[in-house]
Design a protein around this ligand. Structure first.
Ligand SMILES: [Zn+2]
Length: 390
């Protein structure tokens, strides 16, 4: 018998059914465009009249537009439907020292991108970002900017949409959403960077049929986004997925979260540069990008440092596999350019000593940092999804 949570009962109404059908048709248009109304009816199994009604609604809401005309061998030439690429989101990907601001259309295409250097003062950083957003908005006068999506290295309370845990950002409590909404006059949605990357994969890349995915983002820190039993998991106050702050060694190094020996202190890109410095103490401090370059040039200490990081990433993945048993683990973040050399170490460590069942597939995300931007855009385009309309 199926468990029903009586504190959250929502009886299925005809409105609910219509909303679900609307989301299905929108998804069919996204994946099959250009497509006719008859084609939608065939693919969805919905009656032609229902399809026509919902399509008219989608056209009114500007999600869909009528494009070219099909050329069937005989009969009437149907008008084809496609996503309206005049709908654009401003996507922001915030890192501790810089942010990328971009515009992305409903089809997931990147229209423009710009880097903004950030300071430790959130008000100044926010002003620099909104100035960049305004320049981008002015450069696209013919597009309809729907909103702003922000991906962040932290957790956001789903109720208040305020940052509640962002140890690598070092920003005190600051109403980022409120300030940007007021300055730009647009709605703002925020999400953890790993969850945003996962949302991008679910929205713009076809991974239908996979119901258990964990996205692991490895950059300054280690973040995860969880899709379990076909649902994005946020947990109580949005804090689910902080595997990066599970203690592996209570006597280990102090972590940015205040605890010691978290997985992140062993597996992040900062850990890799530290491993390199340990092997070559006389060397000046280097960035992770410089470490990758050195490894490409054949520097053995750089290769060893990255291999050690990869091995710790893999060990931490054992935690995730044991806890959630995903069928797919996607890895994203600054580590991606080194995947061809270190991915096999990650896989080997992750799949050692497993309890049973089938090994999960462990894959790099195709697009690295673009995934976080597309995820931020997807937050905006989800505004009318079934979940948002409750
Ligand atoms: Zn920590």
């Amino acid at each position: 018998m199926r468990h029903v949570d009586l504190s959250d009962v929502q009886l299925a109404s005809s409105q609910t059914a219509r909303r679900i059908n609307r989301d299905i048709l929108l998804e069919l248009i996204r994946t099959n465009e250009p497509i006719s109304r008859a084609g939608l009816s065939r693919q969805s199994g919905l009656q032609r009249s229902t399809v026509s009604q919902i399509v008219e609604q989608l056209i009114r809401e500007k999600w869909v537009c009528e494009g070219g005309v099909a050329s069937p061998p005989r009969g009437r030439r149907p008008t084809l439907l496609e996503l309206n690429d005049d709908l654009v989101a401003i996507a922001v990907d915030i890192h501790p020292r810089q942010a990328t601001v971009a515009t992305i259309d409903l089809k997931g295409r990147l229209l423009s991108r710009s880097l903004v250097a950030l300071s430790s003062a959130p008000a100044t950083s926010t002003r620099l970002m909104t100035e960049c957003m305004q320049r981008m908005r002015q450069s696209l006068p013919r597009k309809s900017i729907e909103g702003i999506g922000i991906s962040l290295p932290g957790r956001i309370d789903p109720e208040t949409q305020r940052l509640i845990f962002a140890p690598n950002l070092h920003w005190p409590d600051f109403d980022l959403k409120g300030v940007i909404e007021e300055t730009m006059g647009l709605p703002v949605k925020m999400e953890n960077a790993a969850t945003a990357s996962l949302l991008a994969e679910l929205t713009f890349r076809r991974i239908d049929g996979v119901r258990d995915i964990v996205m692991v983002s490895v950059s300054e820190g280690v973040g995860t986004g969880i899709f379990a039993n076909g649902q994005l998991i946020s947990g109580h106050r949005g804090m689910a997925g902080e595997f990066g702050h599970v203690t592996l060694d209570p006597a280990g190094l102090l972590c940015s979260c205040g605890r010691r020996g978290c997985w992140e202190t062993f597996a992040s890109c900062r850990a890799a540069t530290r491993y390199f410095m340990d092997l070559q103490p006389q060397c000046k401090a280097i960035t992770f990008q410089e470490l990758l370059n050195l490894a490409d040039e054949g520097d053995q200490h750089a290769v060893q440092a990255l291999a050690k990081q990869a091995s710790y990433i893999g060990r931490g993945l054992q935690l995730i596999i044991t806890a959630l048993s995903p069928s797919l683990i996607l890895v994203a973040g600054d580590i991606m350019p080194a995947w061809h050399r270190f991915g096999s170490i990650i896989e080997k460590e992750a799949t050692m000593h497993l309890l049973g069942g089938t090994l999960p597939r462990i894959l790099p995300t195709h697009e690295g940092e673009i995934a976080r931007l597309r995820g931020a855009a997807a937050l905006v385009f989800q505004r009318l999804s079934a979940h948002e309309q409750r």
